[in-house]
Design a protein around this ligand. Sequence first.
Ligand code: HEC
Length: 107
Amino acid sequence: MKSAIHIAISLAALTVSTSSLAGDVKAGASVAQSCIMCHGEKGLSSMAGTPSIAGQPEMYLASQLRDFRDGKRHNEVMSLMAKPLSDADIDNVSAYFAQFEIELKKR
Ligand code: HEC
């Protein structure tokens, strides 16, 4: 009985943690200063050839940044941009851009 309650509590904690962001949005905002000239103020890009990163899943952004940094994904610009980022920088800047919600409308 006790363990059933325990499992219920752990599941509740899991639900809460998946709906919130893992990185620190505030710390990410300062890392993002070096990204917004290409990706746009809130990650909504208006530059040809540069994707919007606003509202993309935090885990996706973080994995792509690690891939650029670690040489698994190659791009002249992004490989350079990601090189100096620590794991914490990556988590935080990913949380920063993931915090925005994208709404779709027909043109
Ligand atoms: C000089 C312009 C420039 C700057 C500055 C820049 N990026 Fe990029 N970014 C790009 C371009 C161009 C691509 C597309 C790369 C490709 O085609 O593979 C890209 C791709 C990405 C992607 C992959 C998006 C996807 O949909 O797969 C992420 C994530 C990303 N950038 C994050 C960042 C972050 C975080 C920073 C700041 C630390 C940053 N970028 C700074 C130009 C830039």
